[in-house]
Design a binder for this molecule. Structure first.
Ligand code: PSU
Ligand code: MN
Length: 306
């Protein structure tokens, strides 16, 4: 069996019942440009510590799944060449072929659970993609949704991008019995925008209330995760007009370039960052910092109950 290499600090925190927050690596390698990604990686680890928890960034390096990276390992994840993007199904092949790789929400959640971590903070969740022009359906549904349905962890994200089919994404999460909770909002956030048109069944207003739900849900029969939808900080919310233009151009670009499979999301993200002259980068950093901070507060609260 492939072993998971858990960093000493993370192992000690788990053994002592301290709060631990899982962080993914695809957001660094494929979601943010080199240089900026390294600064964000550092900042995320810092805000987790400041909130009283221990960060565990997850990636595949040297043919091993690693939970908790040291500074040089984070350098490798953030290096310009970029790693392979590894969703859950890619872990076996990557390890067998001794490749380095970055983990998505799906694979990070699965690994976090295997390591005994209950809380995971990220930026945007993958979801159901809209059909390309002339198509009836895209059949492009992120494995993130299935992973949430099958893995008892809390994922804190700013919802999904409105370049996805938000309605279908929420319907699928309902079918797969994943509770979706709004944090200080009644409607599901759309990543760059604080709220979409879709109302959520549950809302909490404090980290403690969120921790209460996680605690209760993880003791229910079944094995599903929980999605806590934390909107982008108001001062970073994107201008509607810019937002709508980026999305429309993004969908057209995918079609023109014939982008498929796991390249779809990274190509869209890069388009947003260049076409918005960095506005989307600041937005992305602000929301992921906010999500990871909230995740750390919840992890610390949960740990204090044990
Ligand atoms: N959405 C973002 N930023 C990201 C991703 C999604 O705003 O970095 C990444 C995450 O790692 C997510 C993955 O799990 O893309 C989803 O990819 P796909 O749609 O191919 O499942
Ligand atoms: Mn996909």
């Amino acid at each position: 069996m492939t072993s998971i290499a858990i960093a000493d600090e993370v192992r000690a925190a788990l053994a002592a019942g301290q709060g631990v927050v899982a962080l993914e690596s695809t957001i660094l390698s494929h979601g943010l440009p080199p240089g900026r990604n390294r600064k964000v990686a550092e900042r995320l680890e810092t805000v987790v510590r400041e909130a009283g928890a221990i960060p565990a960034t997850i990636a595949v390096l040297d043919g091993k799944i690693r939970v908790g990276l040291d500074s040089q390992q984070i350098d490798r994840v953030c290096a310009a060449e970029g790693l392979v993007k590894l969703s859950k199904r890619d872990l076996g092949p990557a390890i067998a072929m001794n490749q380095d790789g970055a983990t998505t929400v799906a694979s990070t959640a699965a690994i976090a659970h295997a390591a005994g971590i209950k809380v995971f903070g990220t930026g945007g969740l993958g979801g159901v993609h809209l059909p390309l022009p002339g198509k009836h359906t895209s059949w492009d549904v992120s494995a993130d949704l299935d992973a949430l349905a099958e893995t008892p962890v809390l994922v804190v994200s700013s919802g999904v991008k409105s370049v996805l089919d938000i309605e279908a994404t929420l319907e699928l999460l309902e079918t797969r019995s994943v509770p979706v909770i709004g944090y200080q909002v009644d409607h599901f956030p759309a990543f760059y925008l604080r709220e979409s048109a879709y109302k959520l069944p549950w809302r909490v207003d404090t980290a403690k209330q969120a921790a209460d739900i996680v605690h209760a849900h993880l003791h229910m029969p079944g094995n599903s995760g929980i999605l806590l939808a934390n909107p982008i900080p108001a001062e970073y919310e994107m201008d509607r007009e810019l937002h709508d233009r980026l999305l429309a151009d993004g969908v057209r670009l995918l079609d023109e370039r014939g982008v498929q499979g796991r390249d779809v999301t990274p190509v869209l993200l890069e388009h947003f960052h260049t076409a918005s002259s960095g506005v989307s980068l600041d937005a992305n950093e602000a929301l992921v910092v906010s999500n990871v901070t909230l995740a750390a507060q919840i992890a610390a609260d949960l740990a204090a109950r044990q």
